[in-house]
Design a protein around this ligand. Structure first.
Ligand code: G3H
Length: 247
């Protein structure tokens, strides 16, 4: 049985006050209906770690370096993240792919770095509007997954979470319908099934793209949707908690 995971990706939005406010509210809500994770920007990870203390909230980072240490100005290594009890790292978010040139090869290499450090990689995939309008969404998603399917061992797949995020639904207010999302999640699971039944059964596949408290329950009730990767709505404590409580 796959647990529901609700993950808040704050993107480049935070302050000390906001981090303390949001995380205190999430901590005090004592959510037990799903697993909860938050992905603050790098400078707030230490504060986030101390604010959530021993609460069952998993801490995530929004990206990581391919490198382990050295002269890579501005980069952050996975070993540094693990010192702040970061348990999950986003890899291949569509903004990293489109704005910072994160290719499928880089996504594979970063995923391996994250797994080597004993963390979970949350690998993001999804098609653009043009790709969907051209009817190529399945092909795009399969291509984005191909290297991971071919290169990761069965054991490594145990530490991978997938997030299907149609680019046209990110930050636009236009959510994929539950049927559209379920159809793609089912397809992704069928690709995992080609690797092994165990990987297909155990890998969590999150949906991302304008998830909010008002639409979360319908999305999460789909058989192949195992939670959400939430952007904008994760910046509002009530909205995020509403998503966590959605059933
Ligand atoms: O990582 C989160 C996604 O990009 C979704 O963002 P959004 O909920 O603001 O559409």
């Amino acid at each position: 049985m796959r647990r529901l995971l609700v993950a808040g990706n704050w993107k480049m939005n935070a302050s000390v006050a906001m981090t303390e406010h949001l995380l205190s509210a999430i901590r005090d809500a004592e959510i037990d209906t799903c697993d909860v994770a938050v992905f603050p920007p790098f400078p707030y990870l230490a504060l986030a770690h101390s604010t959530i203390a021993d609460a069952p909230i998993r801490l995530g980072a929004q990206t990581c370096s391919l490198e382990q240490s050295g002269a890579f100005t501005g980069e952050v290594a996975v070993s540094m993240l693990s010192e702040f009890q970061v348990a999950l790292v986003l890899v291949g978010h569509s903004e990293r792919r489109s704005l910072y040139g994160e290719t499928d090869k880089i996504v594979l290499l970063k995923t391996l770095r994250v797994l080597e450090q004993g963390m979970t990689a949350v690998v993001c995939i999804g098609e653009t509007l043009e790709e969907r309008q051209a009817g190529n969404e399945r092909e795009v998603v399969e291509t984005q997954l191909r290297l991971l399917l071919d290169e990761l061992s069965d054991q490594q797949w145990q530490s991978v979470v997938l997030a299907y995020e149609p680019v046209w639904a990110i930050g636009t207010g236009e959510t994929a319908t539950p049927e559209q999302a379920q159809a793609m999640h089912r397809y992704i699971r069928s690709l995992l099934q080609q690797r092994s039944a165990d990987i297909a059964n155990t890998t969590q596949i999150l949906y991302g793209g304008s998830v909010k408290a008002a639409n979360a329950a319908e999305l999460f009730s789909q058989p192949d949707i195992d939670g959400g990767l939430v952007g904008g709505a994760s910046l509002d404590a009530n909205e995020f908690l509403g998503i966590c409580r959605a059933k």
